[in-house]
Ligand binder design. Structure first.
Ligand code: FAD
Ligand code: DHB
Length: 415
């Protein structure tokens, strides 16, 4: 039989995305030991192009844990964004509508890179390229995470497993079907996303509703533009040569005030399906799901990464209470506390998606209603206030202090 290297830790974290890495750091700051196991290579995890918008609370959290040097240097604070409806651009003044809050554009890959660097500095274990990761005995007081690494077998014995391994991971499938309730909606379109070497032509994001479909202007830096286009589901990327992408982007985004994105060399392109998904409860025995492992939102509301951050804040508070005082109450509350935020973000992301995309098969009534929705949204201060409050992020339900962090400029509504 092969030799198995046995590890003993408090929390085994599966997945080194934003949820797993952030949880690892929160636990570290509370003196709680963890092992992080990731099945991809370090560069792959860092280079994967995904989210870009951080809520105010996510920025505050990165600040509170001290992983904010890059964010402070390269993060782009945005106090508003535009909604462009059939060629007319309307600004949503996030800061004036929310008492001074803002969002920050900072690539998920930068967040992940910063968190990996912070993890390595703690000298706590983080395995990349783990193969055949398997989660067992989660119903018992001593679950085990097994994997192969560099040809050797490993077994991590722990008190808790944190399933932070995204939508396609192994943790959610480790829970018996009968113990989970799944809520799901798949949308009849996808997003084609590109990164282009082009100076952003607007300081703020532009969400576009056009007769030909949704488009989104965003950015990553003063020299890189990030753009998205609504396309049919399962659209083969080969159907979109660069010239066709630019022609469609410009057609949809060119506004009557003359604004349009700058064109440049496309350096990355991919197609992302759109889905709303929630698996409840987010705990089974001693396995806790967090982030995309438990829920997916369509990207229109920019909520996915932010929800992952909110989940692990709640989980860190619960684990701190357990290890400090033997209090299991916060662990029991974990799923309910997270799901209150998750469902509000689901509702918001579904609403942003439904309001801004063209749905195949819609009739003339649906179209007029959608245009009226957008007219109302861009002309009513009450409607814009609701949008702004949700876009910058609802306040966290748990305080930073309860998760062992200094209380930095955090908002009320905490218990
Ligand atoms: P992931 O980032 O998926 O991390 C899971 C990790 O687990 C990965 O590193 C994976 O390799 C690893 N893993 C998987 N299986 C295993 C296994 N068997 N063993 C070990 N490790 C495993 N969100 C926002 O908040 N704002 C946005 O602007 C935004 N825009 C988006 C745009 C696009 C195009 C896409 C695709 C997503 C966007 N999101 C956005 C969503 C956001 O990227 C995700 O919600 C976020 O990555 C969730 O983090 P996570 O750590 O839960 O999961
Ligand atoms: C980005 C992604 C989103 O889903 C969104 O709503 C806004 C911006 C981005 O990648 O920059």
């Amino acid at each position: 039989m092969a030799v198995v290297t046995t590890h003993r830790t408090q929390v085994a974290i599966v997945g080194a995305g934003p949820a797993g890495l952030l949880l690892g750091h929160l636990l570290h700051l509370n003196g709680i030991d963890s092992v992080i196991v990731e099945n991809r290579a370090r560069d792959y995890v860092i280079d994967r192009v995904r989210a870009g918008v951080l809520e105010q609370g996510t920025v505050d959290l990165l600040n509170a844990i001290g992983v904010d040097a890059g964010l402070r240097r390269r993060g782009l604070r945005h106090e508003g964004f535009y909604v462009s409806v059939l060629g007319s651009r309307h600004r949503i003044d996030l800061s004036s509508l929310t008492g001074g809050k803002a969002i920050t554009v900072y690539g998920q890959n930068e967040v992940v890179r910063d968190l990996i660097d912070a993890r390595i500095e703690t000298a706590r274990p983080l395995y990349f390229n783990a193969e055949q990761v398997a989660v067992t005995a989660v119903d018992s007081p001593s679950p085990v995470v097994r994997f192969r690494h560099d040809g050797a077998e490993h077994a991590v014995h722990c008190d808790f497993v944190a399933g932070c391994d995204g939508f396609h991971g192994v943790c959610r499938p480790a829970i018996p079907d009968a113990a989970l309730t799944i809520y799901e909606r798949v949308y009849p379109f996808a997003w084609l996303g590109i990164l282009a070497e082009a100076e952003p032509s607007s300081d703020e994001l532009v969400y576009t509703y056009h007769e030909r479909g949704f488009a989104l202007f965003s950015m990553r830096s003063p020299t890189v533009t990030r753009l998205y286009l609504q396309v049919p589901p399962d659209e083969p990327i080969e159907r979109w040569p660069d010239e066709a992408i630019w022609a469609e982007m410009l057609e949809r985004m060119r506004a009557r005030d003359g604004w349009q994105p700058n064109v440049g060399r496309i350096i990355q392109k991919s197609v992302t399906p759109m889905r709303s998904f929630v698996a409840t409860p987010m705990r089974h025995g001693n396995l806790f799901l967090a982030g995309d492992a438990a829920h997916i939102v369509p990207p229109t509301g920019a909520k996915g990464l932010n929800l992952a951050a909110a989940d692990v804040l709640v989980l860190a508070r619960a684990m701190k209470a357990y290890y400090e005082r033997g209090d299991t109450g916060k662990l029991s509350e974990y799923s309910d506390v997270c799901l209150r935020r998750v469902w509000k973000a689901q509702r918001f992301s579904w609403w942003m998606t439904s309001t801004l995309h063209r749905f195949p098969g819609e009739n003339a009534f649906d179209y007029q209603r959608q245009v009226a929705d957008l007219d109302y949204l861009t002309s009513s201060r009450a409607a814009m206030t609701s949008l702004a409050e949700q876009y910058v992020g609802l306040p966290f339900e748990v305080s930073f202090e309860s998760a062992g962090l200094p209380a930095v400029e955090q908002e009320a509504a905490t218990h």
